[in-house]
Design a protein. Sequence first.
Length: 176
Amino acid sequence: MTRLAHDWFPRALPPNLALAESSWLYSSYAFLHCHSTRPVAVSIGRSSGMYAGFFDLGPDGQVEIGDFTTLVHVDIASNSLVRIGSYCFLAHRVVLAEHAFATPVMGAAEKSGDLRRTDIVLEDDVWVGMGAVLLGGAHIGAGSIVGAGAVVDFAVPPEVVVTGNPARIVRSLARS
């Protein structure tokens, strides 16, 4: 598949996209700023959907999206790995950015001297509220919820709720 039948944007999909069966992608426009040279820059799992948003990836950027996951107008800006598990939901205007600079192609980390881990990982069954920002180093544990407008750049344990800017754990969802 090089073109989406419903696409309004007159450009083919990138050759390093792996789009699984029954998945939805709104337009090839999402890849306008995708400069990844990885063999598979973006893989989208079965029955998952990307409704608007961008893959703003640098040459080493890679995005893996699991099965039955929905992204609603999500922007991903990274030159590292972004892994989103299965059965996840990311609401409107969520941003996943390697750095606060959100300039993956320019190598913001190297220029600023920031050498910390910049991968972003969301395990299975994660919900992310509208307008949340997940920065490099964010690792959201399975079954956790990130509240609307939260800013996260740390490891969040499984089955908790995090909210605020900066985010903090406000509730456990674990069953006793």
